[in-house]
Design a protein around this ligand. Structure first.
Ligand SMILES: *Cc1c(COP(=O)(O)O)cnc(C)c1O
Length: 407
Protein backbone atom coordinates (compact mmCIF):
# COMPACT_ATOMS: atom_id res chain seq x y z
CA UNK A 1 0.00 0.00 0.00
CA UNK A 2 1.50 3.36 -0.98
CA UNK A 3 0.68 6.40 1.07
CA UNK A 4 0.30 9.86 -0.36
CA UNK A 5 2.83 12.20 1.26
CA UNK A 6 3.10 15.92 0.64
CA UNK A 7 4.90 18.90 2.12
CA UNK A 8 1.95 19.25 4.51
CA UNK A 9 2.78 15.82 5.95
CA UNK A 10 6.02 17.33 7.24
CA UNK A 11 4.09 19.66 9.51
CA UNK A 12 2.09 16.73 10.89
CA UNK A 13 4.78 14.15 11.63
CA UNK A 14 8.21 15.76 11.74
CA UNK A 15 9.89 17.52 14.63
CA UNK A 16 9.66 21.19 13.64
CA UNK A 17 13.42 21.90 13.71
CA UNK A 18 13.49 22.44 9.93
CA UNK A 19 11.35 24.57 7.65
CA UNK A 20 11.76 22.89 4.26
CA UNK A 21 10.72 24.72 1.08
CA UNK A 22 7.40 23.84 -0.57
CA UNK A 23 8.67 21.30 -3.11
CA UNK A 24 9.62 17.67 -2.63
CA UNK A 25 12.24 16.45 -5.11
CA UNK A 26 11.84 12.80 -6.03
CA UNK A 27 14.60 12.19 -8.57
CA UNK A 28 17.98 13.60 -9.52
CA UNK A 29 20.41 13.11 -12.35
CA UNK A 30 23.67 15.03 -12.60
CA UNK A 31 22.88 18.62 -11.66
CA UNK A 32 19.14 18.45 -12.31
CA UNK A 33 16.39 17.29 -9.96
CA UNK A 34 12.66 16.84 -10.46
CA UNK A 35 9.93 17.36 -7.90
CA UNK A 36 6.66 15.47 -7.25
CA UNK A 37 4.94 17.52 -9.99
CA UNK A 38 7.65 16.72 -12.52
CA UNK A 39 9.05 20.26 -12.45
CA UNK A 40 12.78 20.44 -13.20
CA UNK A 41 15.40 22.33 -11.17
CA UNK A 42 19.05 23.14 -11.81
CA UNK A 43 20.94 22.26 -8.64
CA UNK A 44 23.54 24.86 -7.65
CA UNK A 45 23.17 23.93 -3.97
CA UNK A 46 24.61 20.43 -4.17
CA UNK A 47 22.81 19.33 -1.01
CA UNK A 48 24.90 21.92 0.90
CA UNK A 49 28.26 21.15 -0.70
CA UNK A 50 27.63 17.41 -0.51
CA UNK A 51 26.74 16.04 -3.97
CA UNK A 52 30.07 17.01 -5.52
CA UNK A 53 29.60 14.47 -8.30
CA UNK A 54 25.94 15.31 -8.80
CA UNK A 55 22.97 13.01 -8.39
CA UNK A 56 22.93 9.33 -9.43
CA UNK A 57 26.52 9.40 -10.67
CA UNK A 58 26.81 6.13 -12.66
CA UNK A 59 30.13 5.07 -11.09
CA UNK A 60 28.82 5.64 -7.56
CA UNK A 61 25.55 3.85 -8.28
CA UNK A 62 27.51 0.88 -9.60
CA UNK A 63 29.88 0.72 -6.61
CA UNK A 64 26.99 1.08 -4.17
CA UNK A 65 24.97 -1.69 -5.83
CA UNK A 66 27.98 -4.01 -5.83
CA UNK A 67 28.80 -3.35 -2.17
CA UNK A 68 25.12 -3.69 -1.20
CA UNK A 69 25.18 -7.22 -2.58
CA UNK A 70 28.35 -8.10 -0.67
CA UNK A 71 28.52 -6.60 2.81
CA UNK A 72 26.79 -3.71 4.58
CA UNK A 73 27.98 -3.77 8.12
CA UNK A 74 30.24 -5.61 10.54
CA UNK A 75 30.92 -3.35 13.58
CA UNK A 76 34.37 -2.32 14.71
CA UNK A 77 35.01 -5.69 16.31
CA UNK A 78 36.20 -6.49 12.80
CA UNK A 79 37.80 -4.28 10.21
CA UNK A 80 36.84 -4.38 6.54
CA UNK A 81 38.44 -4.01 3.13
CA UNK A 82 36.68 -0.81 1.94
CA UNK A 83 37.60 1.02 5.17
CA UNK A 84 41.23 -0.03 4.93
CA UNK A 85 41.45 0.94 1.26
CA UNK A 86 39.82 4.32 1.92
CA UNK A 87 42.07 5.05 4.90
CA UNK A 88 45.14 4.13 2.85
CA UNK A 89 44.13 6.50 0.09
CA UNK A 90 43.31 9.34 2.49
CA UNK A 91 46.68 9.02 4.17
CA UNK A 92 48.49 8.82 0.82
CA UNK A 93 46.75 11.95 -0.45
CA UNK A 94 47.22 14.11 2.66
CA UNK A 95 49.58 15.07 5.50
CA UNK A 96 47.88 12.52 7.73
CA UNK A 97 49.12 9.10 8.82
CA UNK A 98 45.98 7.87 10.59
CA UNK A 99 42.22 7.96 10.03
CA UNK A 100 39.15 7.60 12.26
CA UNK A 101 35.80 7.12 10.49
CA UNK A 102 32.54 8.65 11.64
CA UNK A 103 29.12 9.19 10.05
CA UNK A 104 28.92 12.96 9.75
CA UNK A 105 30.88 16.18 9.98
CA UNK A 106 29.72 16.82 13.52
CA UNK A 107 30.92 13.40 14.60
CA UNK A 108 34.27 13.81 12.85
CA UNK A 109 34.70 17.11 14.73
CA UNK A 110 33.59 15.55 18.00
CA UNK A 111 36.40 13.01 17.54
CA UNK A 112 38.87 15.78 16.61
CA UNK A 113 38.08 17.88 19.69
CA UNK A 114 38.22 14.85 21.98
CA UNK A 115 41.54 13.83 20.45
CA UNK A 116 42.98 17.34 20.91
CA UNK A 117 41.98 17.32 24.59
CA UNK A 118 43.28 13.83 25.10
CA UNK A 119 46.60 14.54 23.40
CA UNK A 120 47.17 17.58 25.62
CA UNK A 121 46.12 15.56 28.67
CA UNK A 122 48.58 12.78 27.82
CA UNK A 123 51.52 15.10 27.12
CA UNK A 124 50.96 18.20 29.28
CA UNK A 125 48.27 17.37 31.86
CA UNK A 126 44.64 18.37 32.42
CA UNK A 127 45.32 22.14 32.68
CA UNK A 128 45.95 22.30 28.95
CA UNK A 129 42.37 21.85 27.81
CA UNK A 130 41.28 25.16 26.28
CA UNK A 131 40.00 25.22 22.73
CA UNK A 132 39.98 28.42 20.68
CA UNK A 133 37.72 28.71 17.67
CA UNK A 134 36.35 31.60 15.63
CA UNK A 135 33.18 33.68 15.71
CA UNK A 136 30.67 32.65 13.07
CA UNK A 137 32.36 29.28 12.62
CA UNK A 138 30.23 26.18 12.26
CA UNK A 139 31.36 22.75 13.38
CA UNK A 140 28.17 20.69 13.78
CA UNK A 141 25.18 20.33 16.10
CA UNK A 142 26.32 18.04 18.89
CA UNK A 143 26.68 19.72 22.27
CA UNK A 144 30.49 19.88 22.00
CA UNK A 145 30.47 21.09 18.39
CA UNK A 146 27.86 23.84 18.99
CA UNK A 147 30.00 24.95 21.92
CA UNK A 148 33.16 25.15 19.84
CA UNK A 149 31.18 26.72 16.98
CA UNK A 150 31.06 30.49 17.00
CA UNK A 151 27.30 31.04 16.66
CA UNK A 152 25.74 31.45 20.11
CA UNK A 153 22.17 30.90 18.83
CA UNK A 154 22.94 27.20 18.34
CA UNK A 155 23.71 26.77 22.06
CA UNK A 156 20.83 28.78 23.43
CA UNK A 157 18.65 26.79 25.79
CA UNK A 158 20.96 23.78 25.70
CA UNK A 159 23.22 24.91 28.53
CA UNK A 160 25.15 23.84 30.48
CA UNK A 161 27.44 23.26 27.51
CA UNK A 162 31.03 22.02 27.68
CA UNK A 163 33.43 24.66 29.04
CA UNK A 164 37.03 25.62 28.35
CA UNK A 165 36.21 27.17 24.96
CA UNK A 166 37.12 30.69 23.75
CA UNK A 167 36.21 32.52 20.56
CA UNK A 168 38.24 34.90 18.44
CA UNK A 169 37.45 37.12 15.45
CA UNK A 170 38.31 35.31 12.22
CA UNK A 171 41.37 36.69 10.42
CA UNK A 172 42.38 38.76 13.51
CA UNK A 173 45.83 37.57 14.56
CA UNK A 174 46.31 40.15 17.32
CA UNK A 175 43.18 38.91 19.07
CA UNK A 176 44.34 35.33 18.76
CA UNK A 177 47.72 36.27 20.26
CA UNK A 178 45.91 37.70 23.26
CA UNK A 179 43.75 34.58 23.72
CA UNK A 180 46.24 31.75 23.13
CA UNK A 181 48.33 30.45 26.00
CA UNK A 182 50.04 27.31 27.19
CA UNK A 183 46.59 26.17 28.36
CA UNK A 184 45.34 26.07 24.78
CA UNK A 185 45.14 22.50 23.50
CA UNK A 186 43.74 23.35 20.07
CA UNK A 187 42.88 26.12 17.66
CA UNK A 188 40.01 25.01 15.44
CA UNK A 189 39.32 26.72 12.14
CA UNK A 190 37.62 26.37 8.80
CA UNK A 191 40.08 27.36 6.03
CA UNK A 192 37.07 29.06 4.48
CA UNK A 193 34.07 29.73 6.70
CA UNK A 194 31.06 28.19 4.97
CA UNK A 195 27.91 28.67 7.06
CA UNK A 196 29.45 31.84 8.48
CA UNK A 197 29.16 33.66 5.15
CA UNK A 198 31.70 32.11 2.73
CA UNK A 199 34.74 33.92 4.14
CA UNK A 200 38.19 32.66 3.15
CA UNK A 201 41.05 32.80 5.65
CA UNK A 202 43.77 35.29 4.78
CA UNK A 203 46.83 33.25 3.86
CA UNK A 204 49.08 35.36 6.06
CA UNK A 205 46.67 34.92 8.98
CA UNK A 206 46.58 31.14 8.53
CA UNK A 207 50.39 31.00 8.50
CA UNK A 208 50.60 33.01 11.70
CA UNK A 209 47.98 30.78 13.35
CA UNK A 210 50.23 27.82 12.59
CA UNK A 211 53.24 29.61 14.11
CA UNK A 212 51.32 30.59 17.25
CA UNK A 213 50.14 27.00 17.66
CA UNK A 214 53.73 25.75 17.38
CA UNK A 215 54.92 28.26 19.97
CA UNK A 216 52.33 27.06 22.49
CA UNK A 217 52.35 23.30 21.76
CA UNK A 218 48.81 23.76 20.52
CA UNK A 219 47.28 21.51 17.88
CA UNK A 220 45.84 23.12 14.76
CA UNK A 221 42.56 21.52 13.70
CA UNK A 222 41.20 22.30 10.23
CA UNK A 223 37.51 21.65 9.77
CA UNK A 224 37.35 20.84 6.07
CA UNK A 225 33.91 19.27 6.24
CA UNK A 226 32.63 21.83 3.71
CA UNK A 227 35.86 22.92 1.98
CA UNK A 228 37.36 19.47 1.41
CA UNK A 229 37.23 16.74 -1.23
CA UNK A 230 37.83 18.98 -4.24
CA UNK A 231 35.43 21.78 -3.39
CA UNK A 232 38.07 24.51 -3.60
CA UNK A 233 39.99 23.01 -6.54
CA UNK A 234 42.56 21.04 -4.55
CA UNK A 235 41.79 17.80 -2.73
CA UNK A 236 41.77 19.75 0.55
CA UNK A 237 41.86 23.54 0.86
CA UNK A 238 44.90 23.51 3.18
CA UNK A 239 47.08 22.53 0.21
CA UNK A 240 46.36 25.92 -1.41
CA UNK A 241 46.81 27.87 1.78
CA UNK A 242 50.16 26.25 2.41
CA UNK A 243 49.43 25.58 6.07
CA UNK A 244 49.32 22.00 7.34
CA UNK A 245 47.11 21.16 10.31
CA UNK A 246 47.70 18.41 12.88
CA UNK A 247 44.12 17.17 12.64
CA UNK A 248 41.68 17.57 9.75
CA UNK A 249 38.03 16.64 9.49
CA UNK A 250 36.11 15.69 6.37
CA UNK A 251 32.51 14.70 5.61
CA UNK A 252 29.88 16.25 3.27
CA UNK A 253 31.30 15.57 -0.24
CA UNK A 254 33.28 12.57 1.02
CA UNK A 255 30.18 10.38 0.62
CA UNK A 256 28.43 12.44 -2.08
CA UNK A 257 25.27 12.07 0.02
CA UNK A 258 25.93 8.73 1.70
CA UNK A 259 26.63 9.49 5.38
CA UNK A 260 30.34 9.28 6.17
CA UNK A 261 32.85 11.41 8.02
CA UNK A 262 36.55 11.12 8.69
CA UNK A 263 39.07 12.55 11.09
CA UNK A 264 42.64 12.59 9.84
CA UNK A 265 45.64 13.03 12.11
CA UNK A 266 49.40 12.67 12.27
CA UNK A 267 50.89 9.51 13.73
CA UNK A 268 52.11 11.30 16.86
CA UNK A 269 48.75 12.90 17.65
CA UNK A 270 46.62 9.90 16.70
CA UNK A 271 48.34 7.77 19.37
CA UNK A 272 46.28 9.53 22.00
CA UNK A 273 43.05 7.93 20.79
CA UNK A 274 44.35 4.68 22.24
CA UNK A 275 42.34 1.46 22.37
CA UNK A 276 38.97 2.02 24.04
CA UNK A 277 39.10 5.83 24.19
CA UNK A 278 36.56 6.54 21.44
CA UNK A 279 34.33 4.70 18.99
CA UNK A 280 31.28 4.47 16.75
CA UNK A 281 28.97 1.61 15.77
CA UNK A 282 28.58 2.60 12.12
CA UNK A 283 31.77 4.60 11.63
CA UNK A 284 33.88 2.95 8.94
CA UNK A 285 31.18 0.58 7.75
CA UNK A 286 31.87 -1.09 4.39
CA UNK A 287 28.96 0.57 2.53
CA UNK A 288 30.00 4.11 3.38
CA UNK A 289 33.68 3.43 2.81
CA UNK A 290 33.20 1.72 -0.57
CA UNK A 291 31.19 4.71 -1.77
CA UNK A 292 33.67 7.24 -0.34
CA UNK A 293 36.52 5.40 -2.03
CA UNK A 294 34.76 5.72 -5.39
CA UNK A 295 34.08 9.40 -4.66
CA UNK A 296 37.71 10.25 -3.99
CA UNK A 297 38.97 8.10 -6.89
CA UNK A 298 36.71 10.14 -9.17
CA UNK A 299 37.27 13.60 -7.70
CA UNK A 300 41.00 13.52 -7.06
CA UNK A 301 41.91 13.59 -10.74
CA UNK A 302 43.43 16.44 -12.78
CA UNK A 303 40.30 16.62 -14.99
CA UNK A 304 37.86 17.13 -12.13
CA UNK A 305 40.07 19.38 -10.00
CA UNK A 306 41.08 21.64 -12.90
CA UNK A 307 37.42 21.94 -13.91
CA UNK A 308 36.64 23.49 -10.52
CA UNK A 309 38.53 26.72 -11.20
CA UNK A 310 37.06 26.92 -14.69
CA UNK A 311 33.53 26.69 -13.30
CA UNK A 312 34.41 29.13 -10.52
CA UNK A 313 35.36 31.69 -13.17
CA UNK A 314 32.14 31.09 -15.12
CA UNK A 315 30.01 31.62 -12.00
CA UNK A 316 31.90 34.69 -10.80
CA UNK A 317 31.73 36.26 -14.28
CA UNK A 318 28.01 35.43 -14.41
CA UNK A 319 27.37 36.97 -10.99
CA UNK A 320 29.33 40.09 -11.94
CA UNK A 321 27.31 40.45 -15.15
CA UNK A 322 24.06 40.10 -13.18
CA UNK A 323 25.33 42.66 -10.71
CA UNK A 324 26.19 45.21 -13.40
CA UNK A 325 22.55 45.19 -14.42
CA UNK A 326 20.83 44.80 -11.07
CA UNK A 327 23.26 46.08 -8.40
CA UNK A 328 22.25 43.48 -5.81
CA UNK A 329 25.64 42.28 -4.57
CA UNK A 330 28.14 44.23 -2.54
CA UNK A 331 30.71 41.44 -2.58
CA UNK A 332 31.31 38.25 -4.57
CA UNK A 333 33.84 35.91 -2.99
CA UNK A 334 34.84 32.33 -2.29
CA UNK A 335 37.17 29.58 -3.37
CA UNK A 336 36.58 27.06 -6.15
CA UNK A 337 32.95 26.00 -6.13
CA UNK A 338 32.10 27.47 -2.77
CA UNK A 339 30.95 30.92 -3.76
CA UNK A 340 29.21 33.62 -1.76
CA UNK A 341 27.46 36.76 -3.01
CA UNK A 342 26.67 39.22 -0.25
CA UNK A 343 23.49 41.17 -0.96
CA UNK A 344 23.20 44.95 -0.70
CA UNK A 345 21.42 46.84 2.03
CA UNK A 346 17.71 46.67 1.16
CA UNK A 347 18.04 42.85 1.05
CA UNK A 348 20.47 42.43 3.95
CA UNK A 349 19.13 39.86 6.41
CA UNK A 350 16.84 38.52 3.71
CA UNK A 351 19.07 36.56 1.31
CA UNK A 352 16.46 33.83 1.79
CA UNK A 353 14.07 35.75 -0.47
CA UNK A 354 16.41 34.99 -3.39
CA UNK A 355 16.46 31.31 -2.48
CA UNK A 356 12.65 31.12 -2.47
CA UNK A 357 12.36 33.06 -5.75
CA UNK A 358 15.00 30.81 -7.32
CA UNK A 359 13.04 27.68 -6.44
CA UNK A 360 10.05 29.16 -8.31
CA UNK A 361 12.29 29.72 -11.33
CA UNK A 362 13.53 26.12 -11.23
CA UNK A 363 16.83 26.71 -9.44
CA UNK A 364 18.21 25.41 -6.15
CA UNK A 365 20.63 27.72 -4.32
CA UNK A 366 21.71 28.22 -0.70
CA UNK A 367 22.20 31.03 1.73
CA UNK A 368 24.93 31.43 4.36
CA UNK A 369 23.47 33.54 7.15
CA UNK A 370 21.05 36.35 6.39
CA UNK A 371 23.16 38.34 3.94
CA UNK A 372 24.87 35.88 1.63
CA UNK A 373 23.66 33.80 -1.31
CA UNK A 374 25.79 30.67 -1.42
CA UNK A 375 26.44 28.43 -4.41
CA UNK A 376 28.02 25.00 -3.97
CA UNK A 377 27.22 23.04 -7.12
CA UNK A 378 28.54 19.73 -8.32
CA UNK A 379 32.21 19.91 -9.30
CA UNK A 380 31.31 18.28 -12.62
CA UNK A 381 28.23 20.32 -13.49
CA UNK A 382 28.07 20.65 -17.30
CA UNK A 383 28.71 24.20 -18.49
CA UNK A 384 25.31 24.42 -20.22
CA UNK A 385 23.56 23.66 -16.95
CA UNK A 386 25.66 26.24 -15.16
CA UNK A 387 24.74 28.81 -17.80
CA UNK A 388 21.04 27.89 -17.53
CA UNK A 389 21.30 28.13 -13.73
CA UNK A 390 22.67 31.67 -14.00
CA UNK A 391 19.83 32.65 -16.37
CA UNK A 392 17.31 31.38 -13.82
CA UNK A 393 19.14 33.17 -11.02
CA UNK A 394 18.87 36.44 -12.90
CA UNK A 395 15.14 35.85 -13.40
CA UNK A 396 14.74 35.21 -9.67
CA UNK A 397 16.72 38.34 -8.81
CA UNK A 398 14.61 40.42 -11.20
CA UNK A 399 11.47 39.19 -9.45
CA UNK A 400 12.77 39.86 -5.94
CA UNK A 401 13.73 43.41 -6.96
CA UNK A 402 10.35 43.97 -8.61
CA UNK A 403 8.54 42.72 -5.49
CA UNK A 404 10.61 44.91 -3.20
CA UNK A 405 9.77 47.96 -5.31
CA UNK A 406 6.07 47.06 -5.32
CA UNK A 407 6.07 46.65 -1.54
C1 LIG B 1 28.21 20.95 7.61
C2 LIG B 1 29.38 21.22 8.46
C3 LIG B 1 29.59 20.51 9.66
C4 LIG B 1 28.58 19.55 10.23
O1 LIG B 1 28.45 18.40 9.47
P1 LIG B 1 27.23 17.39 9.76
O2 LIG B 1 27.46 16.29 8.79
O3 LIG B 1 25.97 18.17 9.53
O4 LIG B 1 27.34 16.96 11.17
C5 LIG B 1 30.75 20.77 10.37
N1 LIG B 1 31.64 21.66 9.93
C6 LIG B 1 31.47 22.36 8.79
C7 LIG B 1 32.53 23.33 8.35
C8 LIG B 1 30.33 22.18 8.03
O5 LIG B 1 30.15 22.89 6.92
Amino acid sequence: MTQEVTRATFDEVMVPNYAPVAIIPVRGEGSRVWDQEGKEYIDLAGGIAVTALGHSHPKLVEVMRKQAGELWHLSNIMTNEPALRLAKKLTEKTFADRVFFANSGGEANEAAFKLARRYAFDHFGPEKHEIISFYNSFHGRTLFTVSVGGQPKYKEGFEPTPGGIKHCDYNDIEQLKALISDKTCAVVMEPIQGEGGVIPADIEFAKQVRELCDQHNTLLVFDEVQSGVGRTGTFFAYEQIGVTPDILTSAKALGNGFPVGAMLATEEVAKSLAFGTHGSTYGGNPMACAIAEAVIDTIDTPEVLSGVQKRHDIIVEGLKAINEKHHVFKDIRGMGLLIGAEVVEPFAGNAKAFMAASAEEGLLILVAGGDVIRLAPSLVIPEEELAEGLVRLEQAITKVIANSKAA
